[in-house]
Design a protein around this ligand. Structure first.
Ligand SMILES: Cc1ncc(C[n+]2csc(CCOP(=O)(O)OP(=O)(O)O)c2C)c(N)n1
Ligand SMILES: [Mg+2]
Length: 886
């Protein structure tokens, strides 16, 4: 109910006079004038000190009234026939898969509710990649994929055989949902994890503007369309970013929310109205909201609604009731919708129950949908959301329409199938119906000709993923000379080294402009503020103010052609911007090189599902886990200190992760990432840790690049001696390991070889691949993994220490040829100095020495008393709390 309906009308006659006045203004001077007068009146009232509550809602009717509707340019009856075939085939795919085995699943009711929303787009709006640019970017509701496949089948892109392989993806069937990883030439955007689609779509639109404003692609009329579920809008990610497209005036972004009023379990908002709720939120944020609620056959009734009673009934009826109506029949709607008021019952007295039943929701009426889309594509200066009211399971009859079980319905009995066939007039005989055959109009039929002609006019089929972007010319490793040569006495952090590498890349004449530095309000944390001035922060409008620090060399410079994406405190948004940049090769035909640097703790852990989607999309680029490590980031404490980012990284199949110690390792790794991702165009992305601990960096030893990349190399040979250990270290803890080697030699006469392990993750992957090959080729000469090759002739025991959970070095346990002891930082972090933290987590030099001696004792090389000696000598408190549980 709107606020005005809640206030009692004290003088109906006076109200009537005011209403007649405004009606006459509309008639004589038009809507704009009427709007002006109303705004003036509201303004005057507020100036008089009267509180007028703000209402972002409009009446519960179509935003575009019948009189303002665009003329429909197509042949609706032919389109209806095409849509009917697609509906049938989409349903048949799911039924056929489940006839074979209920293992396959699949959804019928989501596409059934949204078919018209897609078909109007396909027939009249969406530009394909054959046009002058790469066409529109469509985010499809994941569960509606059968409808998209069914259209591709009609268009001849997929065969009947393909449709029969829906969800049988092993060996190359049609993927359950939009997954570019599994259908590389087809899907562009993975959407099925609810809530990711809306945000990713926003950042696609945003990044398109970035590319245009920086002159990397031609300005175009390309739109990003995101089809979303009304239930999906409950995800915090769905609405969390709706301010940005308004600020950025993204009129290339159109949300279409399929308001079928249901989600998986039942109604989205049984007791209120999801449409009105979404309208208020989007309107309040500054979007243009277009409601498409009622089909054309409601128009005559609305035209007769002089006293507003029908509109009142429409607004007061809650979604639970609307859903229930559609699960019943015309007589029920007459009784329970119109019947609430005698005047309304009288209004439909001359309509049959069947006619009442035929009163459609707006999202099923192509004319209404067309009018909304037309208005949307012509809107400038703001993003648009279309709220389309539909029926979940539309056309499924008693088997699903408006039923709470609709979402999960994967089977239709023969009666339901016959009813579906009759409703959509599909040419399948009674004899064949149980087989649920796929069917297609003849190639020369009016339907096929019409459909193909429309697609051809619009630039061909979509969705389509195209990967023909030219490779980038990567500079030689020597570009990072300063990092390779070491720092001498000067102490720097790997973060500083990274920033210098980034600066060198930005200066490179070939790839400089392709670099996209991304920060979530953290540039100063990582010492990147110099770049503000150097390359500027991207802003659509430039800089409309004098920055506070304008007189300084490194002032805060916002610029239309700025290169840095400063996303504010928004890790999810930054990740989406990174994904958009990292997939520009496919969506824009240009390779962009995003570097997103963040507090490593707020990376995979916080936005892991977005990273998963980026992996699916084969985004290329660098994720830089800044201030990484649980004891290296000293002062920030439990919520900041990351001891598991690398383990999480290992769960992403195409994420290549490194934990370097020295600046030359970092340079070699970044250079190789550039080469693999942007020269060879491999489907991987890099995660690299960077630390803020300052120390000196040696020059790169000769000829070890390859070993750095494989994950480990011998940093220092211990030399001759009776007692030997192998020490493995990574990240900054490698430096504790080096110090431990000195102590072992000086205090215990033990010789240690020191290994710098740049990536336990990569070592494990390679070893697993080799092991798999050997398992499957038992009669051939077995291969040796790289880690085995490194350690084979080395005299153990072996001790590894990192700034991450022990599970990180544990990854290679099965290939270590001897006793293997791992030290890590298991347990919640806490704030303190690095020394205290390393002592607490038992990864400092003393604990490495103790671990090495204990391993030697367990192997029978020394007496246990020597281990006790070390514990005493270094003042280790053996009764201290266990850091894992403390
Ligand atoms: C993050 C996430 N949580 C849960 C699901 C499981 N799920 C799939 S569809 C669905 C209901 C979708 O409802 P709605 O968004 O209204 O779409 P509709 O099918 O009604 O169009 C749910 C809960 C999911 N895919 N992703
Ligand atoms: Mg829904």
């Amino acid at each position: 109910m709107t606020d005005s309906q809640k206030i009692r009308d004290l003088d109906p006659q006076e109200t009537q006079e005011w209403l007649e006045s405004i009606e006459s203004v509309i008639r004589v001077h038009g809507a704009e004038r009427a709007h002006y007068i109303i705004e003036r009146m509201v303004d005057e009232t507020r100036r008089a000190g009267i509180h007028l509550p703000f209402s972002p809602n409009t009446a519960y009717v179509n935003t575009i009234g019948a009189a303002r509707e665009a003329v429909y340019p197509g042949d609706r009856s032919v389109e209806k026939r095409i849509e009917a075939f697609i509906r049938w085939n989409a349903m048949a795919m799911v039924l056929n898969a489940n006839k074979e085995s209920s293992e396959y699943g699949g959804h019928i009711s989501s596409y059934a509710s949204s078919a018209t929303l897609y078909e109007v787009g396909f027939n009249h709006f969406w530009h394909g990649p054959g046009d002058k640019d790469r066409g529109d970017m469509i985010f499809i509701q994941g569960h509606s994929s059968p409808g998209i496949y069914a259209r591709a089948y009609l268009e001849g892109r997929l065969s009947e055989d393909d449709l029969r392989r829906f969800r049988k993806e092993v060996g190359g069937g049609l993927s359950s949902y939009p997954h570019p990883w599994l259908m590389k030439d087809f899907w562009q955007f993975p959407t099925v994890s609810m809530g990711l689609g809306p945000m990713m779509a926003i950042f696609q639109a945003y990044f398109t503007r970035y590319l245009e404003d920086r002159g990397l692609v031609e300005p175009s009329n390309r739109k990003v369309w995101a089809f979303l579920g009304d239930g999906e809008m409950d995800e915090p990610e769905s609405m969390g970013e709706i301010g940005l497209p308004v600020r950025e005036k993204l009129d290339n972004l159109i949300f279409v929310i399929n308001c079928n009023l249901q989600r998986l379990d039942g109604p989205v908002r049984g007791n209120s109205s999801i449409v009105q709720e979404l309208e208020a939120a989007f309107q309040g944020a500054g979007w243009k909201v277009i409601k498409v609620l009622w089909g054309s056959n409601w128009d005559p009734l609305l035209a007769r609604d002089h006293d507003g009673l029908l509109r009142k009934r429409m607004a007061e009826c809650v979604d639970g009731e609307y859903q229930n109506f559609k699960s019943k029949d015309g007589a029920y709607v007459r009784e329970h919708f119109f019947g609430k008021y005698p005047e309304l019952k009288a209004m439909v007295a001359n309509m049959s129950d069947e006619e009442i039943w035929q009163l459609k929701r707006g999202g099923h009426d192509s004319r209404k949908v067309f009018a909304a889309y037309q208005d949307a594509v012509n809107t400038t200066g703001q993003p648009i959301v279309i709220l389309a009211k539909t029926v979940k399971g539309y056309g499924m009859g008693a088997a699903g329409e408006g039923q709470n079980i609709a979402h999960q319905q994967k089977k239709l009995d023969e009666d339901a199938l016959r009813a579906f066939r009759d409703r959509f007039n599909i040419p399948v005989s009674d004899a064949d119906i149980a087989k649920v055959p796929f069917c297609k109009p003849a190639e020369d039929s009016e339907e096929m000709q019409y459909m193909m002609a429309h697609r051809s006019t619009l630039g061909g089929s979509l969705p389509m993923r195209i990967t023909d972007a030219p490779a980038l010319k990567i500079p030689a490793l020597g570009t990072f000379k300063a990092q390779l040569e070491g720092t001498g006495e000067r102490q720097i952090s790997t973060t500083m080294a990274f920033v210098r590498i980034l600066a060198a890349l930005i200066r490179d004449k070939n790839i400089g402009k392709h670099i996209v530095p991304i920060v979530p309000d953290e540039a100063r944390t990582f010492g990147m503020e110099g770049m503000f001035r150097q390359v500027g922060i991207y802003s659509k409008v430039g800089q409309l103010y004098t920055p506070q620090d304008a007189d300084q060399l490194m002032f805060y410079k916002e610029d239309k052609s700025g290169q840095i994406l400063e996303m504010g405190i928004d890790e999810a948004g930054s990740l989406c911007a990174w994904t958009a940049a990292g997939t520009a090769y496919a969506n824009h035909g240009v390779n962009m090189v995003p570097f997103y640097i963040f507090y490593s703790m707020f990376g995979f852990q916080r936005v892991g599902d977005f990273v998963w989607a980026a992996g699916d999309m084969q985004a290329r680029g660098f994720l830089i886990g800044g201030t990484a490590g649980r004891t290296t980031l000293a002062g920030e404490g439990l919520q900041h200190q990351d001891g598991h980012g690398l383990l999480l990284a290992s769960t992403f199949p195409n994420c290549v992760a490194y934990d370097p110690t020295f600046s030359y390792e970092l340079a070699v790794i970044i250079h190789d990432g550039l080469r693999r991702m942007f020269e060879n165009q491999e489907a991987v992305f890099f995660y690299v840790t960077c630390m803020n601990e300052n120390y000196t960096h040696p020059a790169m030893p000769e000829g070890i690049e390859d070993r750095i990349l494989k994950g480990a190399y011998l940093l220092e040979e211990g030399g001759e001696g009776e007692l030997h250990v192998q020490l493995l270290g990574s990240g900054t803890i490698l430096r504790e390991v080096i110090a431990a080697a000195r102590l072992l030699r000086s205090d215990f006469d033990v010789v240690a070889d020191i290994w710098s392990v740049t990536s336990f993750n990569e070592l494990r992957r390679e070893a697993m691949d080799v092991e798999r090959w050997n398992r499957l080729h038992p009669s051939e000469e077995p291969r040796t993994s790289y880690i085995e090759e490194c350690l084979a002739d080395r005299q153990g025991p072996f001790v590894a220490a990192t700034d991450y959970m022990a599970a990180v070095p544990d990854q290679v346990r099965q290939w270590v040829p001897g006793r293997y002891v791992t030290l890590g930082t298991d347990g919640f972090g806490r704030s303190d100095g690095r020394k205290a933290l390393r002592e607490h987590f038992e990864v400092d030099r003393h604990h490495v020495v103790v671990a090495a001696l204990k391993a030697l004792a367990d192997d029978g090389h020394i007496d246990k008393a020597r281990v006790q000696d070390a514990i005493t000598r270094y003042g280790i408190d053996a009764s201290k709390p266990n850091p894992r549980t403390d």
